[in-house]
Write a protein that binds this ligand. Sequence first.
Ligand SMILES: Cc1ncc(COP(=O)(O)O)c(C=O)c1O
Length: 430
Amino acid sequence: MICDNLSIKEGRLNFAGCDTLDLAKEYGTPLYAMDENKVRSNCRAYTNALSKNFGDKYLALYASKALCIKEIYRIIQDENMGIDVVSSGEIYTAVAAGFDMSKAVFHGNNKTPYDIDFAIQNKVGFIVCDNADELPLIENAAKKAGVKQNILIRVTPGIDPHTHDKINTGCVDSKFGVSVYGGAAFEVTEKALTCENVALKGFQFHVGSQLFDPTPFLQAIDVMTDFMVLIKDELGFDCEILDIGGGIGVRYVEAEPQPDIEAFIDSIAKELIGCCDRKSLSLPFVCMEPGRSIVANAGITLYTVGSVKEIPDVKNYVAIDGGMADNPRYTLYNAPYTVINAAKADKSNDYTCTVVGRCCESGDVIQRDVKMPKPVPGDILAVLTTGAYNYSMASNYNALLKPPIIMINDGKAHISVRRETFEDLTACQK
Ligand SMILES: Cc1ncc(COP(=O)(O)O)c(C=O)c1O
């Protein structure tokens, strides 16, 4: 099994101590199921490794775009982590969950004036200034509110992480941040230091997502510490905080490795401490922003098979009662997933099929060329590792209702987000 919260008992798939067929029966399908203990152990993998390397000079920030619901914010707060938010909606949800917003950093490449006012009103700890046009917006909003707003500047270090194009963010050619190359990062830093209502605290970068090798982080740290030397020498500014983003990968299929978060952080720390020593910089306070690696393997999605269609010499289609509306990641970027026939989990995977959803789109595919015991209508399929970027990317396409999320704690489940109703669908309509 690709994660230790999955097992097979009497031929049936178990998840987080629960029988998946019983869960499907009790809560219906499609159903997102989350394993609270796995979320917590993933958080601790970060906080333990960061404190081992940096003492108390660190903060792990959960990138809440991966899954933004009140219960996750409460768990994250309980695990002594901060959050990365990217919209007024994420700020609103975190505040509604009672999150201490002084431990929040606010990202986004095109924050509106409303967003910036909203962040300041809600006392967000740090706004990450993405570009030169945003700086005066933050300065004016802070002046209007009579505060001095802490900011970081998002810098693109120009590293190619060789991940999927759509989750590659640290290259020179990126919509995010200001580049070290060509001087844009220097110029925004220089301007920020002249702002009266903005307190520049440091820099942030994010090289990309679904990374299995720390090398892009190490290269980015080398570039960033060179940049910090330049800023110190030319502008007399000592970077207090360096936020190195998220991006550690997760295992979606057997062929992928299981990244070792502690080993990843150990090598990042060694590089950062070494660079700071060699370049005579004081070691900054370090932030990291993991999203996927906190929640992905803490989630699965359960579906019911509706039809099995065999086109001789072409393909076998297995249609489920969800699809791209609750998990658009294969449609967006061919994301790999493991699919298991939950009632036949110990049978041989001798049937090849394409698992498709119920939307009116030929591209509504969950996974191609899946190998599983032959399903029949009524079987429950489990798609694994769906805790990140599934519910948060879900839509109501075809006026489908978003599935509920159940949270499982020590083998007991409760509803964390209820299933949508038809009334929810039309609630905003006249
Ligand atoms: C700025 C920033 N931080 C953190 C993350 C989280 O990345 P991941 O979920 O891969 O850990 C992202 C993802 O897009 C991001 O853009």
